[in-house]
Structure formats: C-alpha cells, structure tokens
Design a protein around this ligand. Structure first.
Ligand SMILES: [Zn+2]
Length: 191
C-alpha cells in the first residue's frame, strides 16, 4: 500500500480528525489519530499488520511486543504476518512491566510496535522493559509516526505513514488564540 492509500483507510474510518484537540499528553494539536477506529475492522487490521511486518521482517524477530492498550492489536497482526508470537507490556504503579506469565528468552530478537508514535516515550519504555527481561530489541514499528521521523529510538524502525503534526502548549496554542474551543477526542463533548 502507498502512503496515500494508508491515509485513505484512516480518513474513511474517521480515524484521522482535523480540528482542535487536547491530546492525552495535555498538548493541543490540529489533528488527531484514533487507530482503534481502523483496527476495529479485523481484515483492515490484518492488512496493515502485514504491511508493517513486511518492512520489519528482515530483522529476524521471533516475538513482537507492544505497550497496552493501543499497541496490542498492532503487535498481534504484525506477529500473525511474521508467524511469531505477540506479547504486551502494561503499566503497574506507573512502570511498564511484563505480566500474565509472558516471558522472553535470553537474547531473544524482539520487535517493539505501537499504533501511533508521538514522542516515542511509550515505545522507549517498552524497549526498556523487554531488555530488562533479557531479550534483545532488534527494531521498532508503528502504524503512524506522527513525529515526522524525529523521535530517535536508536534502532531500525518503520512506520506505514509518517506525518509531521504540530503539538502546542496550551499557553501558546494558535488555535486557542483564534478562539476555537479545544475538544478531547473520544469524549462526548461536541465542538
Ligand atoms: Zn489549543
């Protein structure tokens, strides 16, 4: 799939919104991505996972790990395409941890994926968690890299779509200055 075709899939599912949004980080932005709206369609999820897997296949991973919740379906579909297993990390008392009996072999080649890479923070936390478990992270992937490729993970990485989306501190958000109300996507607040 080309980047335009990927973009179309997101637009068709109202998964890429334009307006004035409050991100979970508290920053404001003029665009918002909600991957769950795309991933709710298993065939589309499978196709996107397979596209991302193709870009990461040569790294030779035998497991795909992702941060819960957003990354779980992405890891599942990338792992399906690669024929390997998928696991996820989750927060416990603020720290990313491997629970549910998931284990990694010493030095096991692992991919870390998520739905949207914004600053790379949750990917970095997942990488750290996987490495603490003794595995070796060989690469990272995301359906969408909204840092425009600027988040450095020090690893081979791939995304289906790279978008340069501006984030603003509320104090100097030009959209706020223009008087438009900011909305939290996913909430029922109407614009
Ligand atoms: Zn604003």
């Amino acid at each position: 799939m080309t980047e335009n075709e990927i973009l179309e899939v997101f637009r068709d599912n109202s998964a890429l919104l334009e307006g004035h949004f409050i991100l979970s980080s508290g920053l404001h932005s003029d665009r918002y991505i909600q991957c769950a709206l795309v991933l709710q369609h298993p065939r589309v999820a499978e196709q996107l996972g397979s596209e991302l897997a193709a870009k990461l296949r040569d790294l030779g991973a035998s497991v795909v790990a992702a941060p819960a919740l957003g990354g779980i379906l992405v890891a599942h579909e990338v792992a399906r395409a690669l024929g390997v297993r998928a696991i996820f990390t989750e927060r416990q008392d603020g720290a990313m941890t491997l629970r549910r009996g998931f284990s990694l072999a010493a030095g096991e080649p692992t991919l870390v994926v998520e739905d949207v890479l914004t600053t790379g923070l949750s990917t970095r936390e997942t990488i750290q968690c996987v490495e603490q478990a003794g595995a070796k992270v060989v690469g990272a992937g995301a359906l969408i890299d909204r840092s425009g490729g600027t988040a450095d993970l020090g690893l081979p990485r791939a995304a289906l779509l790279s978008l340069q989306i501006q984030n603003y501190n509320p104090a100097d958000c030009p959209l706020c200055k223009s008087g438009s109300p900011a909305v939290k996507p996913g909430s029922r607040t109407k614009k």
